[in-house]
Design a protein around this ligand. Structure first.
Ligand SMILES: NC(=O)c1ccc[n+]([C@@H]2O[C@H](COP(=O)([O-])OP(=O)(O)OC[C@H]3O[C@@H](n4cnc5c(N)ncnc54)[C@H](OP(=O)(O)O)[C@@H]3O)[C@@H](O)[C@H]2O)c1
Length: 291
């Protein structure tokens, strides 16, 4: 049986769907407040708990052969990105789990001091690498599904908000392709004990995104492009009354300020390893927006 954490998230949900399509047994780790009806309907075994609670993690790992860690952190990187994953790895060892797939993030190894999520991910990667477990660490770039609400807003208004340098490069990955890579990581021999950057088939600049929207909706884009300084100013002000939130925003700022793209070699390796062609952002958007 597979255990999927973050089963109701943008990555976890398509992973559970795919596993159920393949008629695999899945335990979906969800919260009582999560929207898990669809997963239950698809035949996933629903485990209600909180990843902040060690005993919930230990219980959820009973009878599990594969773990897919795909949860997010709600701004609490220490409890969720770090501690919950360490506990999952310890439980996986205790239960002799066959393979552990960890969703990290592209750039986790770059040492961004101001980004708690990136630091937690790198620390977990190191822990997993030396755990003795079979593992695959996936480092995705941005997700195509994150752009769907922006595309809908563009459709209604023609506006696109682009904070920071429009020339920064990115490799947005189809969320469905990522789910396929996640699921196949436990069976593709070459993916065992690897750290893999995961992006889409093309290197885009951030200013390419409104151009793609423009092509899809046949509408001229109005791009609003505030400098990164605007975020820094807001963040500075936030620090006066909520220092915790100010720190958590460091990850957001890091994402805005830097480039997150895969090289052509990374993508060629990924496609050869998993034996399929990755889809472009435009293709993904057209499929989901039914255009
Ligand atoms: N989105 C991206 O572009 C991207 C790129 C690279 C890497 N990643 C990484 O991929 C992972 C998943 O990202 P995502 O975008 O799919 O996240 P997401 O859509 O925000 O989903 C987060 C998931 O974690 C669950 N969760 C949060 N706190 C929990 C807790 N205390 N106990 C149990 N479950 C909890 C949420 O449950 P609820 O439904 O109850 O809220 C949800 O299912 C994250 O680790 C993220 O860093 C994301």
């Amino acid at each position: 049986m597979f255990l999927v954490t973050g089963a109701t998230g943008k990555i976890g949900r398509p992973v559970v769907r795919l596993l159920r399509q393949q008629e695999k047994q899945v335990r979906a780790f969800v919260r009582l407040t999560s929207r898990y009806g669809e997963l239950e309907h698809r035949g996933a075994n629903i485990f209600i708990g909180d990843l902040r609670q060690e005993k919930d993690i230990q219980k959820a790992c009973q009878g599990i052969q594969y773990i897919i860690s795909a949860h997010g952190s709600d701004g609490d990187a220490l409890s969720l990105d770090y501690r919950a994953n360490i506990e999952l790895i310890d439980s996986a060892k205790a239960k002799q789990v066959q393979h552990f797939v960890f969703i990290s993030v592209l750039g986790a190894d770059r040492g961004y001091e101001d980004a708690p999520v990136f630091k937690a991910k790198r620390a977990v990667e190191r822990y997993l690498e030396t755990s003795g477990l079979n593992y695959t660490i996936l480092r995705p770039a941005g997700l195509a599904s994150d752009l769907l609400p922006l595309a809908e807003r563009f459709r209604e208004t023609g506006f696109y908000l682009l904070i920071g340098d429009p020339k920064n490069r990115t490799s947005i990955v189809s969320t469905d392709d990522l789910a396929r890579i996640v699921v196949n990581s436990v069976i593709v021999e070459a993916a065992r004990n690897q750290i893999l950057p995961v992006g889409g088939p093309e290197i885009l600049t951030r200013e390419d995104i409104p151009k793609i929207f423009s092509r899809i909706f046949n509408q001229e884009p109005v791009v609003i492009n505030p400098p990164l300084l605007a975020v820094d100013t807001l963040r500075g002000a936030l620090g006066f009354f909520n220092p915790q939130a100010q720190k958590a925003l460091g990850t957001f700022r890091t994402l805005l300020a830097n480039e997150f793209f895969c090289t052509n070699e990374d993508i060629a390796q990924l496609q050869a390893m998993f034996n399929f062609q990755l889809e472009t952002l435009e293709n993904f958007l057209r499929r989901y927006l039914a255009i």
